[in-house]
Design a protein around this ligand. Structure first.
Ligand SMILES: [Mn+2]
Length: 424
């Protein structure tokens, strides 16, 4: 389904006066207001093709109605989100869950919804039906060269698929590792993985990047062959200038200082970008900002500070993506909440008085440094984010419009009550 722009405008008109009041209240205190709004307008977050359906756990999965049954419907869903908030203008495909049967037609459909193709993701963490060799004991790390070859060829195939769509990056997340002590020779596993990645790297087009994502544990529970940012950084350093380390918020051991990791990777010019989600205990894949919005703000504060120090373009120089799973919420509502949380944290980071913070740091004024950060964090920036949305043609209150227009009910009418999104 396509959203009628007039219905969004109609809804905005109802709330415009109230919005103006709250916007003017905050706008007066921001010296470079227009720059902030323009940055918010430009900032786009990619939605992965696997996030449009209800997620599951190893215990079960409770599908919702009207889930997208194919790639076309997934693009349609992201188009709906983007029409509502104008901040989700890209899709990240997962191969082989979402192989386009006709790249030209899929590209045209995405363009119709004003969507670009973000990084493409390979999958060597599960076996496919037609696959000759198993990834049970790893893929790029595998002791058997033939399995490594199969995994390398798959990644190269994903690059080719991405080229046809206009993607510019390959994301490699490996489940490789071991579940028990003694299972793996760490050094050999690392070297095999590095050599495999080098073969994939050699197949990259010159204007492409490769992102190496790390994860502390799961599905392997004793060791992971790309287990933390240091290990990923070691691979990406050896690979070359087109290789970058990808940070996923949920892929750290508890209480890791993610903002510091982000800062140092940027310092070295090795940060690929970010997979957003939130967590309480592990890789919980919860709605962005639902558990610890202060951490998200601190990460954005480092991102903004780091990008500005290098003269980077906030919207385009790093890759921004949501990587979450929705077990109990409507996936589209969850994604609207996630994007809103990202935009809020970004807007708050843009409000940090950087000159004053620098001054405080130079004289070790710890108290003032905290005051400066928390002054930005405690500012209600929702009217700024809403203003950016309205200026781009989005809804003042995306979630409210999604509900009042009965979008999910309409999707259920079109696609049926019993649906399972592909790949999940
Ligand atoms: Mn991820």
């Amino acid at each position: 389904m396509l959203l009628d722009k007039r219905l969004i405008e109609e809804s905005n008109n109802h709330h415009l006066a109230a919005h103006k009041r709250s916007y003017e209240y905050i706008a007066g205190g921001i010296p470079d207001l227009e720059t902030v709004i323009q940055k918010l307008v430009a900032f786009q977050v990619a939605i992965p093709s696997w996030a449009l359906g209800t997620g599951g756990t190893r215990f079960g999965r409770f599908s919702g109605g009207g889930e997208p049954g194919n790639l076309e419907q997934k693009i349609e869903d992201i188009g709906l989100l983007h029409a509502l908030n104008q901040s989700g203008g890209a899709i990240s495909l997962h191969i082989p869950w979402d192989i386009p049967s006709n790249a030209t037609e899929i590209k045209a459909l995405a363009t119709m919804h004003d969507l670009k193709f973000d990084a493409v993701n390979s999958n060597t963490f599960q076996d496919q039906a037609d696959q000759p060799l198993s990834y049970k004991f790893g893929s790029l790390q595998h002791v058997d060269k033939a399995v490594r070859r199969q995994a390398i060829d798959h990644n190269i195939e994903v690059i080719r698929q991405g080229e046809a769509l206009g993607s510019k990056a390959l994301t490699v997340w490996l489940a490789d590792g071991s579940c028990f002590p003694g299972q793996l020779n760490f050094r050999k596993a690392w070297q095999n993985t590095c050599e495999s990645l080098q073969e994939i790297y050699a197949a990259l087009p010159s204007d492409w990047k490769i992102f190496v994502e790390y994860k502390a544990y799961e599905p392997n529970f004793y060791s992971t062959t790309v287990g933390d940012w240091g290990q990923s950084y070691l691979y990406t350093s050896k690979l070359g200038p087109q290789a970058f380390t990808l940070v996923d918020l949920g892929h750290h051991l508890p209480n890791a200082n993610i903002e510091q990791i982000v800062s140092l990777l940027m310092m070295e010019g090795k940060l690929a970008g970010f997979h957003f989600n939130d967590s309480k205990y592990g890789d919980d894949d919860l709605t962005v900002g639902s558990i610890d919005p202060y951490q998200l703000f601190l990460i954005f504060n480092e991102l903004v500070e780091g990008m500005d120090s290098k003269g980077m373009d906030h919207a385009n120089d790093l890759a921004w993506m949501i990587d979450a799973s929705h077990n109990v919420k409507d996936p589209l509502e969850d994604l609207l909440q996630s994007i809103e949380a990202i935009m809020i944290a970004y807007a708050q980071a843009l409000l940090v008085d950087t000159a004053a913070l620098k001054e405080a740091q130079e004289v070790n004024d710890v108290v003032r440094a905290q005051e400066i950060l928390q002054a930005a964090f405690r500012t209600d920036v929702r009217p700024l984010v809403a203003e950016a949305r309205v200026r781009s043609g989005g809804a003042l209150h995306p979630l409210q419009v999604f509900r009042s227009l009965g979008v999910r009910a309409q999707l259920i009418r079109e696609r049926g009550q019993v649906t399972v999104a592909t790949g999940l």
